[in-house]
Design a protein around this ligand. Structure first.
Ligand SMILES: *Cc1c(COP(=O)(O)O)cnc(C)c1O
Length: 439
């Protein structure tokens, strides 16, 4: 049964009059699935309540950050205490030191610098990589999202290893002419780009496990191969763990491959979970590289609200509470939902592929890729009409999925039996709706 949306609809009308598309980040507008975006009034644990009073199990979790669920009592208490001490000083504070120590203890980085968004983190990491190496070219993969940095909003040019073209109006060609975009999981393409530009590549940046085209895990050894290729050619390997960091596992995606195989990125970026629901992000890495950053070194970077005491308190409290048990719980809930989603889709006759890395997973409604989705071209075969029908059937049954077919489904430690069974109960009818809508 469709749920009431009168209040959300009215808010959306007002929002559209004062904000482009009525939202402050495009995917929130439901453009990919149609219908009225729900304005959220409050959230607790695994549940969202919208402005019309509808409740939903949240499988977006603010696009990753809410690892402990919404309004976690201890995070709220620490944040309230921090707010009472003042909200920003523009001078260093103890929570920044503690959060940096926590990150250094979990991820293979020796130094970190805080910023306010993942976009800022990748932008700064690339500047630092260029400043450190004295080179200009940046290599990235199609389908990997690193925030809305000009040089990274790029599409592949006409051939492999040629320079990219702007991915959106407003990015000048001069911003992408030093970017090369390659197909993900493609070793030959990586070898070719290093062969063609042996002394020009400052860094290769990749999502540690892409989540922004849906979850497309690196093939076994692929990240190790990237790290080694960079090392062999004097380029830096920048692993973007804004999504996977402290989410895919306690040690992020690196905990699932680098820690096992014995390699480290030169630079990493973090965001989402480490901000505990506040605008905090970071980049970090090798001490010799990070020491090139101002004020220690010459590469300029700064931020008025960087390391904000409220945001760092929320992030620190979240990470301290993100124990092995939290990851085990999320992993088990994810497994239950993955299996049930796949069963329901199979029974309804909807071709699909479920992929995961650590506790993160996605469901691709595609008939065209065989056993797995390997890169952006594969991900693009998703049946968007089928997903839209699936999404709305789930929403009507009280489950808030990502309003886009190319996203991970996020869970939290607050997703208990009641939340998970609400999802399981909703799946069969949603799968039938997807079957009926298949294009
Ligand atoms: C979300 C994300 C970003 C951008 O972070 P913002 O805080 O939205 O700027 C960068 N990289 C990856 C991998 C992300 O998932």
């Amino acid at each position: 049964m469709p749920r009431p949306t009168a209040v959300s609809s009215a808010l959306f009308e007002r929002a559209r009059a004062v904000t482009p598309g009525g939202v402050n980040s495009p995917v929130r507008a439901f453009n990919a699935v149609g219908g009225t975006p729900r304005f959220i009034r409050s959230a607790a644990g695994a549940w969202l309540t919208d402005a019309d009073g509808n409740e939903y199990v949240d499988l977006v979790c603010s696009w990753g950050p809410m690892l402990l669920g919404h309004a976690h009592p201890e995070v709220q208490a620490r944040v309230a205490e921090a707010v009472a001490r003042g909200t920003s000083y523009g001078a260093p504070t103890e929570p920044e030191v503690e959060l940096a120590e926590e990150i250094v203890s979990r991820a293979p980085v020796e130094r970190v610098r805080f910023v306010s968004s993942g976009t800022e983190a990748t932008m700064s990491a690339i500047r630092l990589a260029r400043g450190f190496t004295g080179r200009d070219v940046v290599v990235k993969f199609a389908g990997c999202y690193h925030g809305h940095v000009d040089s990274l909003l790029a599409s592949a040019g006409s051939g492999l290893a040629t320079f990219a073209v702007p991915g959106t109006p407003g990015v000048p060609a001069s911003s992408t002419e030093l970017t090369v975009v390659l197909p993900y999981n493609d070793r030959a393409a990586v070898e070719k780009v290093f062969a063609e530009h042996p002394d020009r590549i400052a860094c290769l940046i990749t999502e540690a496990a892409p989540g922004n085209m849906g979850v497309v895990p690196p093939e076994p050894g692929f990240n190790a191969f990237l790290a080694e290729s960079c090392r062999a050619h004097g380029a830096l390997f920048v692993s973007d763990e804004v999504m996977t960091g402290f989410r895919a596992s306690k040690h992020g995606q690196w905990g699932l491959d680098g820690a096992v195989e014995g390699w480290r990125p030169d630079l990493m970026t973090f965001g989402k979970v480490m901000g505990g629901g506040f605008p905090a992000a970071a980049f970090g890495g090798r001490a010799d590289v990070m020491s090139r950053l101002s004020p220690e070194g010459p590469v300029y970077q700064a931020g008025t609200l960087s390391g904000n005491p409220i945001a760092t308190t929320a992030g620190l409290t979240t990470l301290r509470l993100a124990t092995d048990e939290v990851y085990a719980h999320i992993g088990a809930a994810a497994d239950t939902i993955k299996v049930a989603a796949s069963d329901a889709l199979t029974r309804a006759g909807v071709p699909h592929v479920v992929q995961s890395t650590g506790t993160m997973f996605s469901v691709f409604l595609t008939a065209d890729v065989g056993e797995r989705v390997r890169d952006f071209a594969d991900a693009s075969t998703t049946d968007q009409a089928a997903y839209a029908a699936f999404f709305h059937a789930m929403l009507d049954a009280g489950v808030y999925l990502p309003p886009s077919a190319y996203e991970a489904w996020f869970l939290s430690s607050a997703h208990d039996d009641r939340a998970v069974s609400t999802v399981l109960d909703a799946l069969p009818a949603a799968a039938r709706a997807a079957a009926a809508a298949r294009g």
